[in-house]
Design a binder for this molecule. Structure first.
Ligand code: CA
Ligand code: CA
Ligand code: CA
Length: 972
């Protein structure tokens, strides 16, 4: 009906200046429009009539445009009030206000405004209250709604309109099967292992995107970098437009401006690629490190790639074997063919070229058509994405929702083939039988992605866990950041809580004993491997806090509490009562980092002193104790004990006002602290414009839900609704996220929040409830039952809920409530309500949360020096050790023994005495085993015991020289 990009030959505006576009953007190409070379400039307050029109609106007519508000010195958001409007024949305009906070400064933003039916549009108007910027691609067009399968809503380019300076997802158009062995992707830079595909920044002089080829990829995140890349480069000019691109999970296709088309469809270890050239076909190959052999007569390409980024720990070679559907002839590093259309079937293997060929024969045997491969991949995605059906969601919401599910099921990845795998965990190359899972940063994914697997795909969840447990079997640990091996990055051994969560939600079939042992090792044994285990554990396990001498020690401590909470619940489920009691109280150790003088968590030194004085302390300063964030964003990092946090702060009202202050204190993006400079997360958090709340990164993701523990659930709902409505915008122009989409985590947050369920206390089978975003949704559970979520009324607030027909006044339910199928009927309203009793919390009632403390603290000697670095080696198999309590006696509930590096005690008796002469038996153990050196094992007493003297009589040991590194008497 109307379109202008302000280019030559396009309709030109009646007012304003057409120019060459923004000078700078962190995500877009400067000096051009969004499309073409030109855009309309606006600068300062103005009301202008841009175009005279005479067009009548239909049922689905809308006005859309791209707008680029420039940040001004001193006022970043000066130009975000700019609006394009229409004038109807009766002189009226659109009335619906636009949210200026929905526009990102210094980036292109797509705005779509529905127009009322049957009206005559007389003009397009521009209104600006101040600030300067650019407008491009103004359009009035009919956009009738489409019926599609979930998989067809997905845009794999979503999140690619990003850069290292500003992330709108930092994704790439990974074309793959769910959790597949390989990704295949178009690339705009074939030399890169980081930003593979940039939506706009790498456009050519004519402002058209240009591909550098098609890559084999295994990238977990641009920050981790890619490995095992290999490129197919068709000859010719590879400029194109996104309008000529098909970006689906199961099919990437593009028609270049030159007329060349390329289509690609994946299997698990292979892909089929169809090239249709305007002239004779020629396909080149590029491997930045490795070897490629071309056998022109047979049309075969084979070889290996050793490409790996610095953080691709444990990556070795990947082998390739591909075959064209005809013979060609060699032309340098390319094959030329006598026809214009050729198909390449290509497969990979970590084992050998021969295995790659077997993988190809197994997955895409000769004669398989492109369509067959594509449809099989489509079916796999459809099976997963179709597990949630939406009713009443608009197109943008469907694209967002299903693209989020695609990202969720893209990771983690399979690392096995034909029932075998090359281990990324061993120091030497070894091939093992069985599954291997790779590509996961658990610091990110434990929060929402793993709970989503447990809910939506428990069978696959089990397989994925089994693949990670295999890491433990082969390398002794589960990676914190599997990329694919032990990458040393981020805090917390969060597979502990992720896998506990799955088990507690009924995910069965994985080796839970081994998974538990892996978690136990993380939680009780210091690691000599930097990429595995918990840092600072050698001391923190005894101090109850992680000294600041450990980098980001306080973050390690808070993540440890979350993980210990999961371990405690898993231990209870597995009948390990002593472990359950021990870890349950350890999950309260966050209190040891709470500085009541300032009301924030902060780091402590070995001697217990705080990192900063109250005068020095600045909760808005980034870094130091706080991993990728500041003190504000870690002031609520107690997702498992919101009630305990409220008690610590002085009650629910205090928690509420702290949260209010958090959402009201602006993030300036200019307080880099120990980072020394601005990192992208800071700018992204600033541009959220929700106070300190940085939905752009994971530490914030649970914070809105903490209002439930403040008795203010309506505030959760208001915040979450705002995030859902404006932080996942821009799908159609390669945006879609407010920060990095990390292995499905940012995506799973959207999915849970939109459904109105959230796994706040990961590691327990509980969901917190809020108003769902869509009028109706159905979750088809794998056990054949359905969870239906319906709403009456509109608004972001719950007025009431009926669960299976019965009134439900708690703002939470359990996983079990869903398992047999459930009907959730929400009644919504526009006004805040008090509906919803708070969810369970580790600390009940008004009690102050408090972990047990060690009676032996401060005592001299290697058994009491709060480190497992030192030990006592005994001269007999059956030594006795004694401890006398100085000062006040307190009831001992649990004692711990930490093994040394020699033999270990295997049977002993703990006794107590008030006078040092008559002894009472408190605990007896036989046939005990320490699995590792320097392992701390807890032993709970049947009854608390308050004595002056304690002694441990060892009755048997595993050898002649038993040793112990530490002995604790944990008392309340
Ligand atoms: Ca333009
Ligand atoms: Ca992140
Ligand atoms: Ca010691």
């Amino acid at each position: 009906m109307f379109f202008t990009s302000f280019e030559e030959g396009d309709p030109q505006p009646l007012a304003g200046v057409v120019g060459t576009g923004p000078r700078w953007s962190p995500t877009a190409k400067p000096g051009v429009g969004f499309t073409g070379l030109r855009a309309l400039r606006f600068d300062g307050p103005v009301r202008s009539r841009l175009f005279d029109l005479d067009t009548t609106t239909g049922e689905h007519t809308e006005l859309s445009y791209l707008v680029f508000p420039e940040s001004a010195p001193g006022d970043v958001y000066a130009a975000t009030c700019v609006v394009l409007d229409v004038e109807f024949a009766d002189g009226t305009t659109l009335t619906e206000p636009l949210d200026p906070d929905a526009l990102y400064p210094d980036q292109w933003n797509l705005v779509r405004r529905a127009l009322p039916v049957g009206r005559t549009v007389r003009a397009i108007l521009l209104r600006n209250d101040g600030g300067a910027g650019w407008v491009d691609d103004v359009r009035i067009a009919d956009r009738p709604p489409r019926q599609r399968d979930p998989v067809d809503w997905v845009r794999t380019t979503r999140g690619t309109h990003s850069s290292a300076e500003f992330s709108r997802g930092n994704t790439f158009p990974a074309t793959a099967v769910p959790h597949g062995f390989n990704f295949w992707t178009p690339v705009t830079d074939a030399s890169s292992t980081t930003w593979l595909y940039e939506y706009h920044r790498r456009n050519n002089a004519a402002n058209r995107p240009v591909l550098a080829g098609f890559a084999l990829s295994h990238q977990p995140s641009p920050w981790m970098g890619d490995r095992h890349t290999f490129h197919l480069v068709p000859a010719g000019d590879l400029a194109f437009g996104h309008e000529n691109e098909t970006d689906r999970p199961h099919h990437y296709g593009v028609r270049f401006d030159s007329g060349l088309t390329v289509d690609l469809a994946p299997t698990d270890h292979a892909a089929i690629v169809r090239f249709a050239f305007p002239g004779p076909a020629e396909v080149g190959f590029r491997c930045n490190r490795g070897r490629v052999r071309l056998d022109a007569m047979r049309g075969v390409v084979s070889g290996h790639t050793s490409v790996r980024s610095r953080l691709s720990v444990g990556a070795r070679r990947m082998y390739l074997y591909g075959t064209f559907d005809r013979e060609g002839h060699k032309h340098g590093k390319a094959l030329r063919f006598g026809t214009s259309e050729v198909r390449l079937r290509i497969a990979t293997s970590l084992i050998s070229v021969e295995q790659a060929r077997r993988n190809l024969d197994a997955e895409i045997p000769a004669g398989t058509t492109f369509e067959e491969v594509r449809e099989r991949a489509r079916t796999q995605w459809q099976d997963l994405l179709g597990r949630i059906e939406l009713d009443g969601a608009n197109e943008d919401q469907r694209t967002t929702f299903y693209s989020c599910l695609y990202r969720l099921f893209l990771y983690p990845n399979s690392g096995h083939e034909g029932g075998r795998h090359v281990s990324p965990m061993t120091r030497r190359r070894r091939v093992f039988d069985g599954p291997m899972s790779v590509n996961n940063g658990f610091w990110d994914t434990y929060r929402t992605a793993w709970p989503a697997y447990a809910l939506l795909t428990p069978h696959r969840c089990c397989e994925l866990i089994e693949g990670f447990v295999q890491q433990f079997r082969e390398g002794g640990w589960i990676a914190r950041w599997s990329s694919p091996g032990y990458a040393d990055l981020m805090t917390g051994t969060s597979s502990d809580v992720a896998f506990a969560d799955a088990y507690l939600k009924g995910v069965r079939g994985f080796d839970v004993e081994a998974a538990y042992r892996a978690a136990l090792r993380n939680a009780t044994v210091p690691s000599r491997r930097r990429g595995a285990g918990r840092k600072g554990l050698r001391e923190s396990i005894f101090l109850g806090y992680t000294p600041a001498s450990t980098h980001e020690g306080m973050s390690w401590a808070l993540e440890a509490c979350v993980n210990d909470f999961g371990i405690a619940n898993l231990a209870r489920a597995l009948g390990r009562a002593d472990d359950a009691r021990y870890f349950r109280q350890r999950a309260l150790q966050y209190t040891r980092h709470f500085d009541e003088r300032i009301g924030f968590f902060q780091g402590r030194h070995r001697d217990g002193g705080w990192r900063s004085t109250p005068e020095e302390y600045d909760p808005a300063r980034w870094g130091y104790d706080y991993t990728e964030t500041d003190g504000w964003n870690m002031a609520f990092t107690v997702p498992h004990d919101g009630n305990g946090l409220a008690n610590l702060l002085g009650g629910r009202a205090a928690l509420e006002s702290k949260l209010d202050a958090f959402f009201a204190t602006p993030e300036t993006g200019r307080n880099p602290g120990s980072y020394g400079g601005i990192i992208h997360e800071m700018t992204e958090a600033r541009d959220m414009r929700m106070g300190q709340y940085g939905h752009s990164n994971q530490p914030s993701h649970h914070i809105p839900w903490m209002y439930h523990h403040a008795g203010a659930p309506a505030k959760t709902q208001a915040v979450v609704r705002e995030v859902l409505s404006r932080c996942y915008s821009g799908s159609e122009i390669g945006q879609g996220y407010p920060g990095d989409e990390d292995n499905g985590e940012m995506s799973a947050w959207y999915v849970f929040a939109a459904l109105g369920l959230y796994p706040l206390a990961v590691g327990s089978p509980v969901y917190v409830l809020i108003a769902p975003l869509f009028p109706a949704a159905t979750i088809h559970l794998e056990n054949g039952t359905d969870v239906t979520i319906t709403t009456t009324g509109t608004g972001p607030y719950v007025r009431g809920l009926r669960l299976n027909g019965a009134p439900h006044d708690r703002a939470w339910l359990t996983h079990e409530d869903l398992l047999d199928g459930a009907r959730l009927e929400f009644e919504l309203g526009a006004e805040p309500t008090g509906w919803g009793a708070p969810p369970p919390s580790l600390t009940e009632g008004d009690a102050l949360p408090g972990p047990l403390t060690d009676l032996t603290a401060g005592a001299p000697g290697r058994l009491f020096d709060d480190t497992s670095r030192t030990q006592v080696v005994f001269r007999t198999r059956t030594p006795t050790i004694e401890y006398t309590v100085e000062g006040r006696r307190r009831p001992v509930r649990i004692y711990t023994l930490t093994s040394g590096t020699r033999d270990t005690p295997s049977a002993w008796t703990l006794e107590g005495s008030s006078d040092g002469r008559t002894w009472t038996v408190l605990d007896e153990r036989d046939d005990e085993v320490f699995l590792w050196h320097r392992q701390t094992r807890p032993f709970a007493l049947a009854r608390p015991a308050s004595f002056r003297h304690y002694r441990l009589r060892m009755r048997a040991s595993s050898g002649r020289r038993p040793s112990l590194a530490q002995w604790e008497l944990l008392a309340s």
